[in-house]
Write a protein of this length. Structure first.
Lengths: 249, 157
């Protein structure tokens, strides 16, 4: 196991055994289904049955709330949601209300923070850095949020959102980066509970031509892997393995 | 009242500052407490225990904006989640270092969640538990072991 590090001292070996990230590209996944998949992966990661895992996906139009259940930030009655083709879900993640939908790239890392000695703050800062790095590939100068405004901003416009859960040191939920979503959906909420700021997208902020979504997602994943210093990235080829998990509920 | 003063002064006397050189700031670890590897502390007084999260934990969380408290009367088990804190858009589960029944929760945390950051061992206490198995405390770390544990964790990156 330590063969490739033979020249290094013992403490170095202990700290730097190769870190692998397994990536699943799942396409469009219903929100509740993605929660079930994540729950399963969190248990498996906690039991050391799988390595650090990353889910890359999109959701159909979905509004979600965090643990604080700030539903006063949903500006239309829940009964109206089916009319606009959207679902609403209450979750255990941190953060306020947000929208997920087509052409928004989502990453759900299921990783062990204890493995890298990270706490919530370092983890979230590194997620922000991943998105900032990704935006820079298109000439977009993004920045982390000010205190209490976690997320990624271009000027005063929010381009990337974060909402995370950490359970026994294992992460779930993650980040959402606006590539070219239907921005009208954001009008029905106070996004992330921040009232006077706009939401934006990569499409709006860059003059560059955007490649296919597959390529865009791959670039975001690569920025994530780099920011978290993974040595190996394993691209899992058969999403059916994870999507067809038999639910007992 | 007298016992509280005694308690406060003995806590001050037992402050042990550890300097974790990689990070450049020191994390406070108190001698009289026991610690779980998920960074919760417990103070045992007879068959009653007070639980909170450590200075190391609150530093790594960032500013706490919300604390999810369990109901009084609820059972807790060693190593299992009983509540959560939210900071920087992350909710982090809090695990109980002991098993028993919750007989008091710190209601101040609903109004002032930041007490967890400013006073993690005193005003930021989270729950009080009537122990069901005092023997389990043996599985926890003492202050020296916990300090070393924190150093090793922080050295990982």
């Amino acid at each position: 196991m330590h063969v490739h590090c033979s020249m290094k001292c013992l403490t170095d070996l202990e700290m730097r055994s190769p870190r692998t990230l397994e990536v699943w590209r799942l396409g469009t996944v219903n929100y509740l289904k993605s929660l079930k998949i994540q729950d399963k992966l969190v248990s498996e990661r906690k039991a050391h049955q799988i390595p650090d895992t990353l889910l890359s996906l999109q959701h159909p139009p979905t509004y979600t709330l965090g643990k604080r259940r700030t539903d006063h930030n949903l500006l239309i009655p829940q009964s109206e949601l089916t009319k606009i083709g959207a679902e609403l879900h209450y979750t255990q993640r941190g953060g306020d209300i947000t929208f997920h939908g087509p052409h928004q790239a989502i990453l759900y890392p299921i990783i062990s923070l204890r493995g890298i000695g990270y706490g919530a703050r370092n983890y979230v800062e590194t997620l922000e850095r991943s998105m900032i790095e990704f935006a820079s590939m298109y000439g977009v100068k993004a920045r982390p949020g000010n205190k209490c405004e976690t997320g990624v901003w271009v000027g005063d416009r929010k381009i990337g959102a974060i909402g995370v859960r950490i359970s026994s040191g294992i992460t779930s939920h993650g980040l959402a980066f606006n590539i070219d979503p239907d921005m009208k959906y954001f009008e029905h909420i106070v996004p992330c509970g921040i009232a006077d700021k706009e939401v934006t997208s990569l499409k709006r902020e860059t003059d560059d031509l955007l490649p296919s979504e597959e390529v865009v997602h791959e670039q975001l994943i690569t920025c994530f892997a780099k920011a978290f210093s993974y040595d190996d990235v394993v691209w899992k080829e058969d999403p059916a393995v994870i999507l067809d998990t038999k639910d007992n509920e | 009242m007298a016992s509280r003063l005694l308690c406060a002064s003995s806590m001050i006397a037992s402050h042990l500052r550890i300097s974790i050189s990689q990070r450049g700031f020191s994390s406070v670890v108190l001698k009289d407490l026991k610690y779980a590897d998920s960074h919760e502390w417990v103070k045992i007084e007879g068959n009653k225990a007070t639980v909170g999260i450590t200075d190391h934990a609150q530093e790594h969380l960032g500013d706490v904006v919300y604390v999810e408290l369990p109901d009084v009367g609820r059972s807790v088990s060693q190593g299992e989640s009983f509540g959560a804190v939210e900071s920087v858009k992350a909710t982090s589960d809090i695990n109980s270092p002991v098993s028993g029944k919750v007989f008091q929760v710190n209601q101040n945390l609903s109004e002032s969640p930041a007490l967890v950051n400013s006073s993690p061992y005193e005003q930021g206490w989270i729950i009080k538990v009537e122990l069901s198995d005092a023997g389990e405390v043996k599985k926890l770390m003492d202050s020296d072991k916990y300090s070393k544990f924190c150093e090793e964790e922080d050295a990982k990156h």
